[in-house]
Design a binder for this molecule. Structure first.
Ligand SMILES: [Zn+2]
Ligand SMILES: [Zn+2]
Length: 349
């Protein structure tokens, strides 16, 4: 088990470089989108096989989770295949009428390097026992205009249901941003955290809305009466603000779980470089040392000075012979990685 973990890492490293090169070489315009649906899927393995066969043929890339409880997808599609993709998706009984959320900002670099469809226990890791409460008793939706009213309403509280590294670079004005690194922890802490606001109206939000479906039902189960959530999350909020000419109350960047790592919604930079702890920065990088791969915020000057590594020792490690790195990777996976919760970007949205 220990050895296979490290060999998997090493094999992934090689193929990641290759896949990155292949994706970068493909410069066709693509549509980046996300969608989710809680819907009963009777045979997730067979559903996965069906998606994989079709989407491979259409040269789609992305990360998709499938479970008995539904689907959660973040992906992109070559523009030339968009119509075929859309027609096929809408033709699947599980997906008919599913609303897409298109990216607020397409990046210059590819958002995904491969197509990965996984069968999971749940489409978002929430740590909840779904049989212990009514998961269908979700809160009502809020539009962008209603969200803006909530933000200015002294009788309302707005709660960010995302992790600290997401809200660090962008969040709604006056929002409560819990200091957590997983959605599991967020759900554990929020009922307690909101106790002082029990009689207020509560508005939840996340990236694309999926986390709030579960979170709103969870808070209602915990005795909160008036819980609503932002429909389509920050992504749809940004589109509505633009289309309807509303005031933008979201400050900074919307963190996303693909290679773009973020899309700009508000013009301001609200966070600081993790390396110098001085200069403003909301640009995320992964440490160039593939064993570390830690996510950090870097200003231009620090990224240049440290050559893309999060620390000097990571630059040193990268100069070691491949065999030594293999041993270090094994040690890192076993003893250190577990304590770095946001180094692996789980699909959320
Ligand atoms: Zn810096
Ligand atoms: Zn590093």
């Amino acid at each position: 088990m220990e050895i296979s973990q490290s060999t998997t890492l090493v094999r992934d490293l090689r193929s990641r470089t290759q896949k990155r090169a292949d994706a970068a070489a493909d410069t066709r315009p693509r549509v980046t989108l996300s969608f989710y649906r809680y819907v009963h899927i009777s045979n997730p393995e067979a559903f996965r096989a069906r998606l994989l066969a079709k989407w491979r043929g259409l040269e789609c890339l992305g990360r998709i989770y499938v479970a008995f409880e539904g689907i959660n997808a973040q992906m992109n599609v070559p523009k030339e295949h968009w119509e075929a993709f859309d027609a096929w998706v809408q033709d699947q009984p599980e997906l008919t009428g599913i609303p897409y959320k298109s990216a607020v900002q397409e990046g210059d670099a590819p958002a995904f390097f491969k197509l990965m469809i996984k069968v999971k226990d749940k489409i978002v890791a929430d740590g909840l026992d779904d049989s212990s409460f009514d998961v269908t008793n979700t809160g009502d939706y809020l539009t962008a205009a209603q969200m803006n009213e909530y933000i200015n309403d002294p009788d309302a509280v707005v709660v960010d249901m995302r992790n600290n590294y997401e809200s660090e670079v962008g969040h709604f004005e006056n929002a409560i941003t819990p200091d957590v690194v997983t959605f599991r922890d967020e759900l554990k802490k929020t009922p307690e955290l909101l106790k002082i606001h029990k009689n207020k109206k509560i508005a939840l939000y996340c990236t694309g809305g999926i986390r709030c479906e579960k979170a709103s039902a969870w808070l209602k189960h915990n005795g909160y009466q008036d819980v609503r959530h932002l429909k389509g999350g920050i992504i749809d909020y940004a589109h509505q603000v633009k289309a309807q000419g509303l005031a933008n109350k979201f400050k900074g960047k919307n963190f996303v779980f693909d290679e773009r790592l973020g899309e700009r919604v508000g013009e301001e930079v609200i966070s600081t470089c993790h390396l110098c702890k001085t200069n403003p920065s909301d640009t995320h990088y992964h440490c160039k040392n593939q064993i570390c791969h830690t996510l950090f915020l870097g200003c231009d000057s620090c990224v240049e000075k440290k050559a893309g590594y999060c620390a000097w020792h990571c630059a040193k490690v990268d100069t070691l012979p491949a065999g030594t790195k293999k041993v270090l990777a094994r040690y890192y996976n076993l003893y250190i990685k577990k304590r770095q919760p946001f180094q692996k970007r789980r699909l959320q949205g």
